[in-house]
Write a protein that binds this ligand. Structure first.
Ligand SMILES: [Zn+2]
Length: 434
């Protein structure tokens, strides 16, 4: 608590959250604090939170005691969440990342002293019953009791997520929902005098949402240098967008029959590896091929570098090596080929530490309130809690982590258990974090 307040001015950040309710008895700032701590303490639902809204330790935590005996109902929390000013609630997360940057947390950068953001799609939940105006929908097959198979609509939300990655930890920097067709901007159909504006016929793709996201990320965090993405992003228009934003790209490529991979694989067909790296720490031997200045992708005007890495695990020599092909643009082209591979492999952070942990540990798969803006606001607050805990764990609690073994996820869970236990006795700011 002291760390959050002293280092990140958490109280003031949460106090800046507003909503559009008229003369509410419980301010949006108190609601935001309650939701933030629900995330931090991994309280599994608003039902589980309800009794705490009348308990002194929780009221002290959110800054409502001793004036109040009860914060509000969970319905009020939901109503406030769905009416929160999106910029005001996103600012809690944004300011935390800005502050970490000002405090030189990322000072050294990572490979090549560059700052990397991984981008990916994330689907926190789906439902056959409840839906809202921003739900995407797909048809799925279900089997009835009598064995007949029919298709029913399944509603879900999908987000593009941007995660700052480095060798120590990953921080969420922003999210953007993938929009259903009804909410997409109108498109121009036809040409000349017969041109007209029509509704989009399909839900938006992840790429469109991710493009919106990455533009906002660069506007907000000008110091980010490189975007790391999976094969979905290996296309000319996306690489062109990165160029126009002054961002470099490290993007996995899989389509062997499409440019520029087709050309370069042909070129490398009979070539021995250009470089072999032995990594004693990871017990790996890495064979690398490297080709610069490819210009065969017609939808991209710049030059692309392509790196292929073949990783053999020395302790399991019978396993087939895993192969990665990576497209590199912009200033990331200055990296050594083994560094390019290390960055691309780190993209798996986003799936392993990020997505897996969020749904298994952070209750992000639980629908606290099914409303488009309530979901955005809740995720931004939960991710602010995730970032704060991550920074605290890696920058302040290093010895605690060592004492608890090397399972990071379990260490965090133990820490939260202890925080919950100690909540009841927590009266004042007593920890010295200097
Ligand atoms: Zn929905």
């Amino acid at each position: 608590m002291t760390y959050g307040r002293k280092v990140f001015d958490l109280r003031r950040r949460l106090a800046g959250v507003v909503d559009t309710r008229r003369a509410p008895q419980t301010s949006a700032a108190l609601v935001a604090a309650a939701v933030f701590y629900t995330g931090l303490l991994r309280i599994r639902s608003f039902n589980a939170l309800e009794p705490r809204l009348r308990e002194k330790p929780f009221l002290r935590l959110v800054g409502a005691a001793p004036e109040r005996l009860c914060l509000c109902s969970v319905d009020t929390l939901g109503r406030s969440l769905s009416q929160m000013g999106l910029d005001s609630v996103r600012a809690v997360l944004v300011e935390m990342v800005h502050k970490a940057e000002r405090n030189k947390v990322f000072r050294e950068g990572w490979h090549g002293a560059l700052r990397y953001v991984a981008i990916d799609g994330w689907e926190p939940f789906s439902s056959r019953h409840r839906h809202c105006s921003e739900c995407l929908v797909r048809r799925v097959s279900v089997k009835d009791k009598d064995g007949t198979i029919r298709t029913v609509p399944e509603y879900y939300h999908r987000y593009a997520v941007a995660l700052l990655i480095d060798e120590r930890f990953d921080l969420v920097v922003d999210i953007e929902p993938v929009l259903p067709k009804d909410l997409r901007p109108l498109v121009v159909k036809g040409k000349g005098p017969t041109a007209r504006l029509v509704k989009a016929s399909l839900d938006e793709g992840e790429l469109t949402a991710a493009t919106r996201l990455i533009k906002r990320v660069k506007r907000t965090f000008g110091w980010i240098d490189v975007v790391v993405g999976d094969a979905l992003y290996a296309n000319g228009p996306f690489l062109t967008t990165l160029d126009s934003l002054g961002l470099a790209g490290v993007i996995i490529a899989r389509k062997e029959h499409e440019e520029p991979l087709r050309e370069v694989l042909h070129l490398w067909k009979d070539q021995a590896p250009h470089k072999i790296v032995e990594d004693d720490k990871a017990h790996e031997r890495i064979a690398l091929w490297d080709c610069r200045d490819l210009e065969t992708l017609s939808t991209y005007e710049g030059k692309i570098r392509c790196v292929r890495g073949c990783v053999t695990r020395l302790r399991r020599p019978d396993d087939p090596p895993s192969t990665w092909c990576i497209l590199v643009t912009g200033k990331a082209t200055r990296l050594a080929p083994e560094k390019v591979l290390a960055v691309a492999r780190a993209r798996w952070h986003i799936e392993n530490t990020g997505f897996h942990q969020w749904t298994t540990r952070w209750r992000l798969g639980h629908v606290f309130r099914h409303h488009p803006d309530a979901l955005r606001s809740l995720f931004w607050l939960f991710f602010a809690a995730y970032d704060l805990l991550t920074l605290f764990q890696y920058l302040q609690l290093r010895s605690y982590g060592r004492d608890c073994g090397n399972n990071v996820t379990r260490t965090i869970s133990r820490l939260i258990d202890q925080m919950l236990d100690e909540l009841a006795c927590w009266q004042h700011l007593t920890w010295d974090t200097s």
